[in-house]
Design a protein around this ligand. Structure first.
Ligand code: OAD
Length: 247
């Protein structure tokens, strides 16, 4: 095995990267989603009270996401992974829409779950489910009710996935943050971990965020417009060994 040091790139994305694919971001919604309160449709209590309402909401999101395509932001990151190699690139997303995978990115860490997975509330089995359901709320073969495998407010993030995301932030030389408001923890702390461990942090976001001040570079543009350039700059960085982190 070679002992040669590798230049590692990690990336954190949020709703902003899917905005140009037609999926609405979260902030600015005043705690409302399509006329539902977040409490009603995105908490375990809301699901216990009215599973049908919650499922109708998620089926509508799934139906919409099925028609959406990855944009140049997703594609730029997928190409970056191809160029630097899967073993040197780790993408963590807060998004549940699956567009990074559709663009070709491998080993995506989905911190907040996925619209395309379901879990039985009785037997706990989780499985992929890409089709829309004929009947809501859908049932597991064991007879239990299925729920979206999404992390709702008040729930823990999947431990192993968060650990892997933390490891990627700790070990990387460059951390690229795209399209996140940087206000939802613990995801936002990942960029801080990377910066504290000596990585360069870059941000792609039309607006400033609480993460901006720790960034070496910021692109104040929509991700779809600048991701090609950001990816090229990242590849250049990877080629400049003098820029590598020394700790
Ligand atoms: P937000 O909606 O909080 O933030 C979206 C960010 O994307 C904002 O900072 C925008 O300025 C930026 N943005 C908008 N259009 C963009 C574009 N074309 N290119 C780049 N950036 C753009 O979304 P998140 O930060 O992802 O959690 O929100 C984090 C979490 O809060 C979500 O995962 C969700 C929500 O509560 C759960 O559902 C558990």
């Amino acid at each position: 095995m070679s002992n040669e040091k590798r230049y590692r790139i990690a990336c954190l994305t949020g709703a902003g990267i899917s905005a140009e694919s037609g999926i609405a971001t979260f902030r600015g919604m005043n705690g409302m989603w399509e006329n539902h309160s977040i409490e009603e449709v995105a908490t375990p209590g809301g699901f216990a009270r009215n599973p049908l309402l919650v499922w109708k909401f998620y089926e509508a999101r799934r139906r919409q996401a099925l028609t959406c395509q990855p944009n140049k932001g997703h594609i730029g990151l997928a190409k970056l992974q191809q160029v630097v190699g899967e073993e040197n690139f780790c993408l963590t997303t807060q998004n549940v829409d699956g567009l990074h995978q559709k663009a070709g990115t491998k080993n995506v860490l989905e911190l907040h779950g996925s619209l395309w997975r379901v879990r039985c509330v009785k037997c706990g089995q989780e499985r992929e489910e890409r089709g829309l359901f004929d009947e809501l709320p859908p049932k597991c073969p064991c007879g239990g009710m299925l729920r979206p495998a999404i992390v709702w407010f008040g729930e823990m993030l999947p431990g192993e996935i968060f650990e892997s995301a933390g490891r990627a932030a700790t070990e990387c030389d460059l951390y690229i943050v795209v399209g996140t408001s940087g206000v939802v923890e613990p995801a936002a702390s990942l960029a801080r971990v990377a910066a504290d461990r000596g990585a360069r942090v870059w941000e792609v976001n039309p607006d400033e965020t609480p993460l901006t001040r720790m960034c070496e570079r910021s692109w104040r543009k929509p991700a779809g417009e600048v991701m090609g350039e950001v990816a090229e700059e990242a590849v250049k960085r990877a080629a400049m060994k003098s820029e590598w982190r020394l700790i």
